[in-house]
Design a protein around this ligand. Structure first.
Ligand code: ATP
Ligand code: MG
Length: 210
């Protein structure tokens, strides 16, 4: 079994995340792609983040349910204790000793990976598939990949996927302004954002309108 793991905050999941999964599945002949929503950071226990986590998970489920090889892993979301990427991937390797894991990420994450907790521990657990992102240059990416390979013995491959100038941040900004997010997220996710009034800066004002 070759398993892709796509970690993210997914606040909300968007078509950039889904296309990465799809292209990784195709190019690396994967059997499954697991979408892995991050849990809440250890210090943030507030009700508001718990509520947001519930919505993040629901949207990942809505976005992936029609694709048989896309699965949702609640390992980090439900663990109760915060799990870093290296811990999660280590656990997956122990749980599925016959599987080969591919961790999928975008270029911004490739450049920030040395800031991740115990990032060196991630490399023995998986091959990293790094996709382009609109604000990063392909030559810079190739340098970063070569650097991580040489310095840490990391297994990293370039993942070619369509370049989309889309981010969860931009989607939240649009939703906050009451603009449509259709076509940036699957229809079911767009509907969910509207129905649950997500990302509204002033929810009270909104409910007075109804
Ligand atoms: P935010 O704006 O809140 O940071 P995001 O769109 O970057 O959200 P994340 O949940 O932070 O989404 O990202 C999860 C992973 O998906 C990261 O590895 C990120 O690099 C990658 N990713 C997100 N959007 C894209 C995109 N449009 N193209 C390529 N990679 C992407
Ligand atoms: Mg991000």
């Amino acid at each position: 079994m070759k398993i892709g793991v796509m970690g993210g905050t997914f606040d909300p999941i968007h078509i950039g995340h889904l296309l990465l999964g799809e292209f990784a599945y195709e190019a690396f002949d994967l059997d499954e792609v697991w979408y892995l929503p991050n849990g809440n950071p250890p210090h943030k226990e507030a009700e508001i983040t718990k509520e947001a986590l519930k919505h993040r998970i629901k949207m990942v489920e809505l976005a992936t349910e029609s694709v048989p090889y896309f699965k949702v892993s609640l390992h980090e979301a439900e663990i109760g204790v915060h799990s870093y990427t290296y811990q999660t991937m280590g656990t997956f390797c122990e749980m599925y000793p016959d599987a080969e894991f591919y961790f999928i990420l975008g270029a911004d994450s490739l450049f920030s990976i040395e800031q991740w907790k115990y990032f060196k521990e991630i490399f023995p657990t998986c091959t990293i598939l790094a996709a382009m992102r609109d604000d990063k240059d392909i030559e810079d990416m190739k340098h970063q990949i070569a650097y991580l390979r040489e310095t840490y013995g990391a297994r990293i491959e370039l993942l070619r996927a369509p370049l989309l100038e889309i981010s969860s941040t931009k989607i939240r900004e649009r939703a906050a302004k009451g603009l449509t997010v259709h076509y940036m997220v699957p229809d079911a996710v767009a509907d969910y954002i509207v129905k649950q009034s997500l990302y509204k800066t002033d929810k009270d004002e909104d409910s007075h309108d109804r």
